[in-house]
Design a protein around this ligand. Structure first.
Ligand code: ASP
Ligand code: MG
Length: 426
């Protein structure tokens, strides 16, 4: 069996949903598990809705209306029969959404977030499952919250693998094994459940991870993530006018790329697949027959093309102990504890005898509190508005090219990775 994942862009309008059916029809014999995330930018809209619950009640109705209008436009285009059950199912979902928003807001914003934002995936899968049925693709809608269980760490639920494994063996595997015809299940990405029957989410863009968790449970033969790009590219087209597709990379390379900030695949996706040696393809839903990028344990092609990862809005601080003591283990452990305390993730670091430099995302609320605390013990110099450029499989020529109009503040190289903290000349 294969696991497919369709993300927001691949289901953002009626034609896109029709295209999902066309893609499924390219695989007429396979058992499929189809993981779907919220349509278009619905998750962002639901995030806004959740925020408005804590501020302005007038906005709540307007936000729900926007989300409703958007989905009904799609459904009206897809379903000619206005008595189709999908209309009832959607009405029910929007009613529960409205109910969620009308109860007094929970003290735990993250809890509230998950109860509300999860509607994006529930709505999307209802629409898609029903539509596939209409065009003759028999399928079963599954509430993934019954299978993937997490702890109550809302907004970033940690998967309970043992429980998820048990539930999959009992409820998901038999669904495929006991069926004579080919079996298709449609389910939600990104969301999960707790043993207390509340809803959790796995972190933004977490649907890739869902596909990987379920592929692991089902010993899938492969996972395909359908995207609006031809595959994994060697640079983000947002920052680079010329990009190249990586035809094949290893699990290890994929993890490295996402660690350094490449946003193509959710960072947690690779591990479960690597553990069971399940290949992952990233393919274009616009050109579904093209090869895309194949990710498996073969490392042969990893170093063929250099990859570039940009992180903008970086802050570089250099810490010097006020008492001129060395930057050694005792000082370092205190510095790290301070980063942990303020939830600031370090993107790059470097030390000398009496100075320690750290580069991280400039999130003002966090950065200011961190710096204020560190200033009690250290003299601090800092630079703002920087970029962190990571180049995998670099050579000097590529470094020179990307740093042409830049001043390099810090440079670090390993055998396969160069990282540069830079600012624009002028
Ligand atoms: N819909 C969720 C998000 O936009 C999950 C996903 O797209 O993977 O973050
Ligand atoms: Mg998405």
């Amino acid at each position: 069996m294969k696991v497919f994942k369709f993300g927001g862009a691949s289901v953002k309008e009626a034609n896109a949903v029709k295209n999902v059916a066309n893609i499924i029809n390219l695989f007429p014999k396979d058992n499929l598990l189809i993981v779907v995330s919220a349509m278009g930018k619905t998750t962002n809209a639901l995030e806004k809705l959740n925020r408005s619950i804590y501020s302005n009640t007038n906005d709540i109705i307007a936000h729900i209306r926007t989300i409703k209008d958007y989905h009904y436009a799609i459904v009206n285009e897809l379903f000619a029969d206005k008595t189709h059950q999908v209309f009832n199912e959607l009405a029910e979902l929007f009613e529960s959404l409205a109910k969620q928003t009308s109860c007094s807001p929970s003290e735990n914003v993250d809890y509230s977030y998950d109860q509300i934002v999860s509607f994006g995936e529930l709505i999307a899968t209802k629409i898609i499952s029903n539509y596939l049925q209409v065009v003759g693709i028999d399928n079963t809608w599954l509430d993934v919250r019954e299978i993937i269980k997490t702890n109550t760490n809302y907004r970033e639920g940690l998967v309970d693998w043992k429980l998820t494994n048990n539930l999959s063996q009992k409820q998901l595997l038999p669904a495929y094994n006991s069926y004579k015809e080919r079996k298709i299940i449609v389910t939600q990405g990104f969301i999960a459940g707790t043993t207390e029957k509340t809803t959790t989410t796995l972190g933004r863009e977490g649907s890739d991870y869902t596909a990987s968790i379920l592929a692991y449970q089902l010993n899938a033969e492969e996972v395909i993530i359908w995207k609006d790009v031809p595959g994994v590219l060697n640079a983000d087209p947002k920052y680079f006018s010329v990009t190249e597709k990586l035809n094949a990379i290893s699990y290890r390379e994929a993890i490295e790329l996402s660690y350094y900030g490449a946003t193509i695949i959710h960072p947690k996706t690779i591990k479960p697949l690597q553990n069971k040696n399940i290949p992952l393809s990233v393919k274009s839903f616009i050109a579904p027959e093209d090869a895309g990028t194949l990710i498996n344990n073969n490392t042969q092609s990893d170093s063929l093309i250099p990859s570039f990862i940009f992180k903008v809005n970086q802050l570089l601080i250099s810490l010097m102990p006020k008492d001129f003591s060395f930057i050694a283990e005792d000082n370092l452990s205190k510095i790290f504890a301070c980063f942990v305390k303020h939830h600031v993730k370090i993107n790059l670091m470097q030390n000398s005898a009496i100075s320690f430099s750290v580069c991280f995302d400039n999130i003002p609320e966090k950065a200011q509190a961190l710096i204020t605390e560190l200033q009690q013990t250290y003299k601090i110099k800092y630079n703002e508005h920087l970029e962190l450029i990571t180049i995998r499989h670099f050579d000097q020529k590529t470094i020179d090219r990307v740093t042409q109009d830049k001043i390099i503040l810090l440079e670090q190289k390993s055998r396969s990775t160069a990282q540069l903290v830079v600012k624009n000349k002028n």
